[in-house]
Design a protein around this ligand. Sequence first.
Ligand code: UDP
Length: 484
Amino acid sequence: MEKQATKIHAALLASPGIGHLVPVLELGKRLVAQLDFQVTIFVVGAEASVLESQLQSFPNPNIFNVVSLPPVDISGLVDPNTSIVTKIIVMMRETIPSLRSEIFSLKLRPTVLIVDLFGTEALPLADEFNMLKYVLIASNAWFLAATIYFPTVDGKEEDEHMLQQKPLMISGCKPVRYEDTLEAFLDKNDELYAEYLRIGLEIPTADGILVNTWEDLEAETLASLRDDKLLGRVTRLPIYTIGPLVREMKSPDLESPVLNWLDKQPAESVIYVSFGSGGTLSAKQIAELAWGLELSKQRFIWVIRPPVENDVTAAYFSVGKESDGTPNYLPEGFLTRNSKLGLVIPDWAPQAEILRHPSVGGILSHCGWNSTTESIVNGVPMVAWPLYAEQKMNATMLTEDIGVAIRSKKLPCERTVERKEIEMLVRGVMVEKEGDKIRSRVKELKSSAEKALSRGGSSYNSLSRVAEDCEKSLQGLVEKAYGA
Ligand code: UDP
């Protein structure tokens, strides 16, 4: 019987949260555009409106099939006050049965399953269905290193980090200071600790790890992850650097008042202020930030959310669904006094388009990895203002290693940053001499990212190697089926 040429079908699983959805959609697009794969993306917990708004930025949203898995009710399974990450993990666990039946019902059985960090419990499905399995780390290689290394440390090392607050010494990589460490590594009695150890152990059970970074950005960490004498003894897997996974094309018809406003501003004169999809600030911090921006006398766009006390992740599951109208929690007269200099946008803004605009000259960011890569590919220097998850590690990497950001000496998530300091940081990145170095460094990295993504670049080639693996696996299955 004649063998048919079969298209490779990739199934991607995105965990809840826009910061997880964005890189998975972008990877899906690249698998289609560069490798001519058929792609099905399974999405957990994304409201139709949020999904739609993300897909709008794709030139052709029909290039892949998007399947929203049925919502799961986790209210009886977790304490309502538990961390966002624990909630995400439990949602992903509860979704596995419906993922299994969806994969089972697909006409063309996928050759490969790609899950993100919180989907590693679904990897055994790949074995059931004879698929290759990859984990997509939507963050950087240093975060991957910490995640897979931590479960391997002995009790003494663990106590030194968690109790004595010493840095976590990761073979061949920059140590993680205690104040930057992941929330999962803070308390052994929290369920997140056990969940994270499990994830760290499950990642190396895949056939490969795709990381949203590029070779030149994290050469040392990547070398360690691939060196059998260093972290390679834990990973034991091919590491494919395929980033930065950032939307490249401008949405053709995006009409937006904020972009129209930006069109009228001088080049590189506006600082964009945003805390990602979930970040929220206290009332006092919002007031100080407002005053700091005003004192800096710089043009600004500020994506603002109502104040929330003692929870920096409060908007995670509600963002992007509606705006709150004119904010009434800003200092009196702020909006009137700054009506010419700045824009305040409640809840959500077209960030990728804003950062691409030539009038933007800086970002004050929570250092989520998508916001970070979006800033770098547009050559936008940063004020780092980390809040939660791996953002503190990112802020340290951006200021100390990569040199594209400045930051406050103390962590903003642990105290209120005052207006004078904010004024200084904003002016530092936008107009002062100290900003020159980071402005030129970020432009260098912009070119290095473009090079990595272009044909023949390291990220382009990594993705081609994924295709080779899939082709080999598919070939093996076809030969088995035809008894070759
Ligand atoms: N984003 C956006 N508009 C906003 C806030 C965020 O488009 O007002 C997008 C942003 O461009 C990025 C993603 O949401 O692609 C946030 O991901 P990131 O990793 O930066 O942070 P997270 O939200 O996961 O903390």
